[in-house]
Every structure is written in C-alpha cells, then in structure tokens.
Design a protein around this ligand. Structure first.
Ligand code: PRP
Ligand code: HPA
Length: 180
C-alpha cells in the first residue's frame, strides 16, 4: 500500500503522540463525569479505539453510522443514518469522535440530532480538521491536526473502502484516483 502514496502527511508516531495528549485533556475535562463517546463509523474506528485507551476516567462508548459520501472523493451533501445509537443521550455529556471534519455536514447533523435528543452537552473531538472544505460554519472543540484541502486516506479514512488500515495519514498518487 505504501507504493500507492504520493506523500505521508502525518506519521504513525505523530498520531499516537497526539492521541495521548487528547486523551489526557479529555480525562481532565470530564473528571468526575461519565461521558458517552460516540464513534462515527466507519472512519473513526481506529481513532476511537486508540483514544479510549488514553482516557483515564470511566466512559461509555457507542457507535453511529451515518453516510454522506459516495464511492469516490466528492460528498453527496446528504446525511443518512445507517445505524443509530443503542444508548439514550438525554442528560448525557456526549463526545462525538470523528476521524475528519471536511464540509462539516456530517457533524452539524449529528450535533443538532443530539441536542434535539436532549443531551446535557455535546462536544466534538476529531483527529483531522480540513477547514478549507467547510460548507457550514463549524469549529471542533478539539482537533488533532489541520490537513490541507486534499483527499487524505489512512488511519480510518478510505478511498473506495480501501486504505483505512494504514497506521498513518497521507495522500494517494493521482493515478490511483484516476483509475477509479
Ligand atoms: O465533514 P464531512 O464533509 O461531512 O466529512 C466527514 C465525514 O465523512 C467521512 O465519513 P463517510 O461518510 O465517508 O463514511 P465512512 O466513515 O464510513 O468512510 C468521515 O469519516 C466523516 O464522518
Ligand atoms: O479527505 C477525506 N478522505 C477520506 N474521507 C473523507 N471524508 C471527508 N473528507 C475525506
């Protein structure tokens, strides 16, 4: 898979270092509380798995699968619930765990949904933030890294369902995208 990469933007070591830091910050922020971490499938899986191991307080975890992207690199702009939570969010401190915020459409939909369901608080932690991709005004509470306005893959992020299992984040060679 490494041969398919044009460039590695964030190394495995840099990711793991940042995840430790985010875990410490969240542990301090929610000390004495029992937050509900909501991982957004499928992309947030590696980040969620690593992050919860760095959080030193009790947390409950659940997953939601929403979809706004087609097979390629362009958002359809439409958010659909593919799998809902099994947990009630009413009265809970919800922490949404994302791999990337790009247009912001997925997240703004989820934030509104959890507020409507009467969460006590809703905050967002994302590994990657791509501010140049925004279509709605949204700033995450915590973001690991800012990425440029390019389609990135790895550590959960896919291109046509591949590359999620890379331990780093990078950009593919142009011929890989063109081949699709
Ligand atoms: O800010 P946005 O433009 O809404 O993009 C971000 C969302 O898009 C990706 O998910 P996707 O819908 O591709 O599903 P996946 O996680 O299963 O790949 C990513 O994992 C985020 O959830
Ligand atoms: O840059 C990206 N890569 C993969 N999936 C994505 N979903 C939104 N932006 C991206």
């Amino acid at each position: 898979m490494k041969n398919d990469m044009r460039e590695i933007l964030i190394t495995e070591e840099e990711i793991q270092e940042k995840v430790k830091l985010l875990g410490r910050e969240i542990s301090n922020e929610y000390d004495g509380k029992f937050p509900l971490f909501v991982g957004v499938l499928k992309g947030a899986l590696p980040f969620m798995a690593d992050l919860i191991k760095q959080v030193d307080i009790h947390v409950e975890i659940d997953f939601m699968d929403v979809s706004s992207y087609g097979k390629g690199t362009v958002s359809s702009g439409e958010v659909k619930i593919v799998k809902d939570l099994n947990t009630k969010v009413e009265g809970r401190d919800v922490v949404i765990v994302e791999d990337i915020i790009d247009s912001g459409l997925t997240l703004s939909y989820l934030i509104e949904l959890f507020k409507y369901r009467k969460a006590k608080s809703v905050k967002v932690v994302t590994l990657l933030d791509k501010p140049e991709g925004r279509k709605v005004d949204l700033v995450p509470d915590r973001a690991g890294f800012i990425v440029p306005d390019e389609f990135v893959v790895g550590y959960g992020l896919d291109f046509a369902e591949r590359y999620r299992n890379l331990p780093y984040v990078g950009v593919l060679k142009p011929e890989i995208y063109e081949g699709e």
